[in-house]
Every structure is written in C-alpha cells, then in structure tokens.
Design a protein around this ligand. Structure first.
Ligand code: ATP
Length: 355
C-alpha cells in the first residue's frame, strides 16, 4: 500500500513558484510506493503585500503539522519592512521549529561551472553542517546600536552544540557506511574566543562516542583557504551559524554558484528543504531559472523521509534523483546559467526523462 506524506509547500517569491512547480511534478511521479499531499503555504514578500505578514500563523502551523517542508526562494529586495530591513521568513521558520542543523552538501561533478582546476582522481564531495539557530545570529534584529557603537551577542548553548555535533557525527557515520572516509572536522576559532573553546570541548566529548570516525579541528580562517586549495580532502564539517553562513556560500562558489546548491535545515521533529539561492527578481517570470538546486533539495527530502520512516527504496530514489541531475549536467542539458539552452521546464523534464 502506498504511504502518503503531508508536505508543506512554500512556493515563495520571484523564481520560487517557477522552480517549485516542476519539482512537485517530479516528486509526484517518483514512485508507486509513496505519494505526497501538498499544502500550499503563503509566505514571503507576496504574502506580506497580500495580508501584512511574511509568515502567517496558518502557514507556520501547516509546517508544524507536515511530515516535511519544501521551501522555495522567499523574499524580494524591493519589498521591505518599514525600518528598511528585508524579510527573512526562512530564518524565522528555523527558529520556530528548532531546525538547528543546516546541511549544505558540496559536490562538484562534470558540467558544473567550478572555478577550480580539479586534479585527476580528486573528488569534491563534502558536507558542511551549519548550526542554524544561535551563534552570532542570537541577537539578529535586536542588536544594540547607539551613535558611537554597535553590539551583537554570540551565544552557544551546550544543548544545541551537543545536538548539532551529534547530528554531524551521525551524518558522517551514514556517509562512512556508503564508503566515504568518515572524518568530522570542527570549524571554529577556539584559539581566540572562549565560546569556541567551549564549542570544541563539546565536539571532542561527542567524538568519543564515535570511535570509528576520525575527528579533528580547523580554524575557520584556515578552512576558507583549504576549501579553495584542497577541497577534496574534507568529508563532514560542523560550524557555528555565521561561520557556516559564509562558508556555505564559498562551497556554492565551488559548484559554480548558488544555482546548484541545495540545502536542508533539520531538527528533531521537522525539516525544511530549500535551494540556497534567492528569488532572483532579475529573471523572475522569464521561465529560465535553473531548477536543479530546488530538485536536489527535494532529493534531500526523500533521503530524510526515507531514513526516518525506514523506507530504503525512498533513500535509493534520492540517490537516483541525484544521479539523474548529474547526468543532465554532464550532457549539457541545463539552463543558460550553466551554459545550456533549456528553459526551467525543459531542464526539469530532462531530469524526469532520465528517471
Ligand atoms: P538573497 O539575498 O535572497 O539570498 P541574492 O541577493 O543572494 O538573494 P539571488 O536571488 O540568489 O541573490 O540571485 C543572485 C544572482 O544569481 C542573480 O543574478 C540571479 O538571477 C542568479 N540566480 C539565482 N538563482 C538562480 C537560479 N535558480 N537560476 C538562474 N539564476 C539564478
């Protein structure tokens, strides 16, 4: 009997709805052993203009009830709050649902516009886990600013640091079972800040519970260098919120830009799957947006749901989806940002055909 998953769908702004529509079509046709019931959740700039809220309570509640949450690009730089700041409902959802583990995979495959020259035999395939609810984002929007100074607070709690480290080691174990090296690196600044010595201490404590994995540390500034110089040497990394925010864009750069970068924000009870790029208002409505980051994020949802519900076929489908996208990239069946000639629907269809 087919199992139905309830998925909260945030179609978003700009190119958001354009990349979400083919992704839902693709997911609906993925398997006969599971199915999806979509719940549309307004949020973002269009929702703000429509009803005065960028994250209506009804949408947040639907997300809470859902088995998983698919989120497209939200926000529009032209639509701002009265104080001039942009709306970031995706960050509000992370806090509201306690999605502490921001998973940012970095895989470079043929067909991507990587700026690197990759030596023969080297493979770039690592995952950055960004703690997504505290760190330097603790006082986001509430920083103390006077005429003479501005102050923000970085906060790390034992509970969340422990949870995000455990999540990262579990992820490395799962990858290790699939043949990857089984190495976890804490990316911090423990040489300068006591808060990061606290972080490292917790990381080391968690590492003791995973004797099959290698655990080590790197300073964040050095890691920015390593990600460019020897990105093939890393497996799984875990870091604070702001460091992760910055390094994940560097990781996207290795893949040729944000158009190829998928992500997941995962907590104990909920998870959001979303492309890393924004709503790209400059190309919205033209039908040329690259749908691959959205599709790969949907693949991460299949993997997460499959593991959570003990459905190995669903996990295998996630892998199949990734392989299909890789094949399209290699064959040049892509949108213009990657040098191809396809429009959004054409690129999504190319993936469906290969499935
Ligand atoms: P945000 O602040 O919301 O994260 P941003 O300012 O970083 O957004 P994006 O909206 O991601 O900017 O767009 C940056 C550039 O990348 C734009 O030129 C945009 O057209 C392009 N871009 C982003 N996503 C895609 C995509 N999926 N396909 C093609 N081009 C994209």
């Amino acid at each position: 009997m087919s199992k139905t998953f309830d998925v909260a769908v945030f179609h978003g702004d700009g190119i958001g709805p354009e990349i979400m529509a083919p992704t839902l079509e693709l997911l609906s046709g993925m398997s006969s052993s599971y199915d999806f019931a979509w719940t549309d959740c307004p949020a973002g700039a269009a929702s703000y203009l429509d009803c005065g809220s960028d994250l209506p309570e009804t949408s947040l509640n639907a997300a809470r009830r859902a088995d998983a949450i698919l989120l497209s690009a939200l926000g529009d730089p032209a639509v701002r709050f009265a104080d001039g700041t942009e709306m970031t409902p995706q960050i509000d959802i992370r806090i509201a649902l306690d999605l502490y583990a921001g998973v940012r995979p970095v895989r470079v495959v043929p067909g991507m516009r990587t700026p690197l020259k990759i030596p023969e035999g080297k493979i770039i395939d690592f995952v950055l886990v960004r703690e997504s609810t505290e760190g330097l984002f603790h006082t986001q929007g509430k920083g103390h600013v006077t005429d003479d100074m501005a102050e923000e607070t970085l906060r790390l709690t034992r509970k969340t640091t422990q949870k995000v480290c455990e999540f990262t080691f579990d992820l490395a174990m799962a990858r290790h079972a699939g043949g990857l090296p089984g190495r976890v690196t804490s990316v911090d600044k423990a040489n300068v800040f006591r808060a990061f010595a606290f972080w490292r201490d917790i990381f080391d404590g968690v590492a003791k519970g995973y004797p099959d994995l290698k655990a080590d540390h790197a300073y964040v500034d050095a890691m920015a260098l390593y990600m460019v110089q020897n990105p093939w040497d890393w497996d799984v990394m875990v870091t604070e919120n702001m460091f992760g925010d910055i390094l994940s864009d560097l990781g996207a750069g290795l893949m040729g830009g944000l158009g190829m970068a998928p992500s997941a924000d995962i907590g104990e009870h909920h998870a959001v799957f979303q492309p890393c790029h924004g709503s790209a208002p400059d190309i919205a409505g033209a039908g040329i947006a690259n749908p691959f980051a959205m599709i790969l994020s949907a693949g991460m949802m299949l993997d997460w749901l499959g593991r959570r519900n003990d459905m190995p076929a669903m996990v295998a489908d996630a892998h199949r989806l990734q392989t299909a996208v890789d094949a399209c990239l290699a064959a040049g069946e892509t949108t213009a940002d990657l040098g191809g000639a396809l429009d959004t629907m054409g690129a999504a269809r190319a993936v469906m055909d290969r499935l």
